[in-house]
Design a protein around this ligand. Sequence first.
Ligand code: AMP
Ligand code: ZN
Length: 118
Amino acid sequence: MRYSVGMDCIFCKIIAGTIPSQKVYEDEQVYAFADIDPRAPVHILIVTKKHISSLLEAGEADTGLLGHIQATAVKLAREKGLAQGFRTVINTGADGGQTVSHLHLHLLGGRQMHWPPG
Ligand code: AMP
Ligand code: ZN
């Protein structure tokens, strides 16, 4: 972790436990918790324990980690009973609508999703 960044980062604080969260899952690489402003009956954020600001900052060495957050979403979707389907989203940068500069994947489900998202 880059501590100079982490001290200012809300998701690093959640991972460290200094900001509370509704934890859903944790392993060596990721931490998953309920989104504070849920946009669907199931809305879970899967964040990398390593502070990476966005997909634009992820390097080749992070390829396995990127696969792992997606695979974790599928695992949690199954556990949450989302057999009818779900959506995974990674917002990147200003145009992508990213508001927290720590790489995270949204797992959304439990209702019909619409496309395009707008
Ligand atoms: P994004 O807009 O893709 O960067 O997503 C950031 C998400 O973090 C939003 O859906 C917020 O509702 C969520 N969020 C912000 N602060 C917290 C928090 N303290 N606990 C849980 N979720 C949060
Ligand atoms: Zn962070």
